[in-house]
Design a protein around this ligand. Structure first.
Ligand code: HEM
Length: 207
């Protein structure tokens, strides 16, 4: 190939985009629909705002729904599609008093951090309002990283959140979701955070 990439490098990029860009967003949507199905007050609040949506330009109006932003943010906290990232320092470093030698594999887990009661008030509860700007117990900075952080953070974050808002907005405009799964989903740490069992959702058609 004259662009300097061989076939296996191109294949790896395509697989990365497919896995990173498709699976993660699909999981975010599935977990969010489940959470809304289990939390009718929040769900109905969004439905009443999407009802006011400008039908000619739904994407624009939905982008303005800050409640949907907070719902997605809270869903990504409770059920982060990427449950851990790994880093390997290229030189010896001191980190918060710990000596970390070059080459050590560090695991930073979104799943564990986002559910730590020392960092989050009632961490197992779905509370989109914890992300309100006037929240009395705001989550500490740096302790929320569904899209990782630093120079290798997700390049698709904005796209994923816009996709999330557009798709969820569309679902909620047309259906009322109810979830028949357990309140707390069991997950499997596969390449991404997979639900252990199928998430059973009923979508009731809205008139
Ligand atoms: C809810 C959806 C998503 C989540 C939770 C997510 C999460 C992440 C995380 C945690 C990383 C960092 C991995 C690491 O550092 O080890 C990452 C990297 C990446 N993501 Fe996403 N992602 C999402 C959606 C997307 C989308 C929509 C795209 C592309 C269209 C995308 C493309 C990528 C790529 C290419 C990387 C590698 C970046 C690099 O290594 O420089 N992601 N993502």
């Amino acid at each position: 190939m004259d662009n300097g990439w061989d076939r296996s490098e191109i294949r790896d990029e395509v697989v990365t985009l497919l896995l990173a860009g498709h699976e993660t967003t699909a999981l975010m949507l599935a977990y969010t629909v489940h959470l809304l199905g289990k939390n009718p007050v929040v769900r109905d609040q969004i439905i009443s705002t999407t009802d006011k949506t400008d039908i000619k330009n739904p994407a624009k109006s939905l982008r303005q729904s800050t409640l949907l932003d907070r719902v997605l943010k809270e869903s990504l906290r409770l059920y982060p599609p990427a449950y851990a990232i790994f880093r390997q320092p290229t030189e010896d470093v001191m980190l918060n008093g710990y000596e970390i030698s070059e080459g050590t594999i560090l695991c930073l887990s979104q799943w564990v951090t986002h559910r730590d009661h020392r960092l989050y008030d009632s961490p197992y509860e779905f509370r989109p309002n914890r992300w309100n700007s006037d929240s009395l117990t705001p989550p500490p900075t740096g302790m929320y990283f569904p899209f990782a952080a630093g120079p290798r953070r997700c390049i698709g974050e904005r796209l994923a959140l816009i996709e999330g808002k557009v798709v969820l907005g569309k679902i909620l405009q047309n259906f009322t979701p109810e979830s028949f799964a357990e309140d707390t989903l069991e997950v499997i740490p596969s390449l991404s955070t997979q639900p252990k069992d199928p998430i059973k959702i009923k979508l009731k058609q809205r008139n």
